[in-house]
Write a protein that binds this ligand. Sequence first.
Ligand code: PHE
Length: 476
Amino acid sequence: MVATAGAQVGEQGWSSRTAFILAAVGAAVGLGNIWRFPTLAGENGGGAFVLVYLVCVLLIGLPLMLSEFVVGRAGQSDAIGSVRRVADESRVSRRWSIFGGIEILAGFLILSFYSVVAGWVLYYIWLSGGDFLGNLFAGEALRGAFSGIGQEAVSGMMGDLFASPGRLILVHALFMAATIAIVASGVHDGIEKAATWLMPAFFFLLLGITVYGAFTGDFARALTFMFTPDFSKLTAPVMNEALGQAFFSLSLASGALVTYGAYVARDVNLGPTAATISLADTAVAMIAGLMIFPIVFAVGLDPSAGPALIFQSLPVAFQTMPGGSLIGLLFFVLIFFAALTSSISLLEGPTAWAIDRFGLRRPVAAVILGLGAFVIGIACALGYNVWADVRPLGFWNIFAETDILDTIDGFTGKLMLPLAGLLLSIFVGWKADRRLVEAQSGLSGGLFVLWRFLVAWLCPIAVALILLFGLFPQLL
Ligand code: PHE
């Protein structure tokens, strides 16, 4: 077969291995690294969480990422269609495609709240852009962003935003519109183009700001916080949270990677590529932590402040930087880019499915699904104000305290992603034809044996245990 991929979805596929890596790194690196990882590490005591997270990425996340690519490239279709095809070729039941269905639904649900949080980033672009222009015209462009206001005032800006349904929904709508527009433009002209421009710029700025933070913030304390595990904090729910974060951050089990795998040319070696992508994603999460926690400690914020953490800490740091007005603006622009290359992958999974399943045209599928996620996102936005008391899964102890956004986030991250990952590992480790899997993986000899062992044994057992005790801690 020639190197045209994604045949079912009528797509040309990625134009090169580099384009594929950039698109997949773009899918992986996003709010999960810069917003969700520091938030969860802060809430769960730092070191212990980070340690479990790293172990999960290496032993579970990376093997499963390769599994997703293998299924996608072998199946040449969306997350459900690809599993069906591989099941047919392996002569096992097509019912295994159920996990593809869970993946697509999870991606759709994640997109709904992801766009709301990305909207906060847009709002901060607006704030820092106004600040930058104000300073520029007042002839003081080198003063810091959010100039002259204290920590409390910076935190108060987040409060103002949360209190306003109109603003929250507006920025959410803008972000979703951008996501839809790119996905509607196609894999080659939309997704690939966005990733190849936005990702390199993102890396460059991330490093710059981290180096700056290392010199100005409380770096030593941040290092201790992130890398000194307090094992008394290693409870089953913390492990479940860390596992969910590994899935979320690597974009596993949410339809994105199977679908991206379908667009990869036959001659790309998937094993090393998955390793590169996982490594890049993990590096960004660590760097983001080392960028944010020094500032958090330097300005006396509580690391367990929750979802608003980065929005309350970073602007304070920009205040004190020379040229901070501009850096603050650029920084939020780049988080926005990273979020966008992820949200398009979240929408691409369901969109590819709708194209295959119902024969819709790409733009139509993207608009319908994007609008659906937008509507659910509105509920998340209202959960910060008019519906602040709503607890959608309040009857379940682990979700008793969580608002609408956190409930969807927690339900997908702690439950749906690991569950789909569990089924995926059984499918690839036990059910799918071994020769097909081996040929697609690009691994051979000992590496292949190791990978298969991790997928067939370690992943299902570890994920099942973490799921069980994380969701029902009373069993322990
Ligand atoms: N991995 C992305 C992030 O870290 C989020 C994402 C999850 C994207 C699942 C696609 C699929 O921001």
